[in-house]
Design a protein around this ligand. Structure first.
Ligand code: ZN
Length: 293
């Protein structure tokens, strides 16, 4: 299906390239409009690529991150917009320090929700993507991204809410993006074992093998085939050069092996206003452009 609109809401620049990027790139290539909404400027992200940790880069980090984001969007074939909130940073220490004044996670929910509702009413997405209630990763901006997305999904279609934010539009579905699939790594490991080679992501696997952690696959409702778009995903991620070490673990499993063993990305249908059958293989399943079902 083409001619539909997909909106992905993300906390920081680079999140769009590590979560659901192959899926977005595929839907864009198939003739749909895809918009990434980036809630914050990523101002408090550390430089994670040793090669980029230089004074020339550090001094203009905000500008650099905007350039990186533009390049990543170009590679994925998607549009992108900023909501203009300020990165809350990942608090570290014991006890945890208070969040910095004025940061996104401290903005009243009503205020950030209205800002997102405005973009939803302009772009009129059929489907939205966001994070689950745990943020997929315990960063205050990721948790807040979930809260704002869910509140805006509900409010955007209600003309009584935020009347100054444009005419009402109710997106049909909203999904959580599930990136950390343990089974995927286990299958990669089995392939390395077969080849008699050490598995380079063993440390990650061990971290997820703790018995108290369930497998998020139990929550997945929807798998999107997008192996052909993994190269775009990786190139987009590398475009965020200050955030991503090109020699890091993320790129260590060869592309052809990933495409063969696990060519999909995983989503959980969180709310829907249309009828659909689970499991799904298409985010737009059940949606028609003329409003019929
Ligand atoms: Zn993030």
């Amino acid at each position: 299906m083409s001619g539909l609109r997909l909106m992905a809401v993300h906390a920081h620049p680079d999140d769009e390239s590590s979560k659901g990027a192959g899926t977005m790139s595929r839907y864009a290539a198939e003739g749909n409009d895809v918009l990434v909404v980036t809630l914050t400027g990523g101002e408090r992200g550390d430089i994670l690529n040793p090669a980029m940790d230089t004074p020339g880069i550090k001094d203009r980090i905000n500008e650099v991150r905007r350039e990186e984001m533009a390049e990543a969007a170009r590679i994925l074939g998607v549009e992108q917009t900023w909501l203009g909130f300020v990165d809350s940073g990942l608090p570290e220490g014991d006890p945890l320090p208070p969040l910095p004044e004025g940061c996104f996670a401290l903005v009243p929910l009503e205020e950030s929700t209205e800002a997102l509702v405005k973009v939803i009413r302009e772009f009129r997405p059929h489907v939205m993507l966001t994070y689950d209630e745990n943020g997929g990763y315990p960063h205050p901006d990721h948790i807040r991204c979930h809260q704002v997305s869910m509140a805006a999904f509900e409010a955007a279609g209600d003309s009584a809410k935020f009347p100054d934010a444009g005419p009402a539009w109710a997106p049909s579905k909203i999904y959580y993006i599930h990136g950390f699939i343990r089974r995927r790594l286990e299958l990669f490991k089995e392939e390395y074992d077969r080849r008699g080679e050490p598995f380079p992501m063993q440390e990650w696997l061990d971290r997820w093998r703790r018995p108290e952690q369930g497998d998020i696959m139990a929550r997945v409702t929807t798998q999107i085939r997008c192996g052909d778009y993994f190269p775009q995903r990786d190139d987009a991620l590398r475009a965020h050069a200050t955030q991503i070490d090109p020699n890091g673990t993320f790129f260590v499993v060869p592309m052809d092996l990933q495409q063969k063993i696990w060519p999909t990305e995983e989503f959980e249908l969180a709310k829907t206003r249309v009828r659909t059958a689970i499991p799904e293989t298409d985010l737009f399943a059940g949606i028609t452009t003329d409003g019929t079902q």
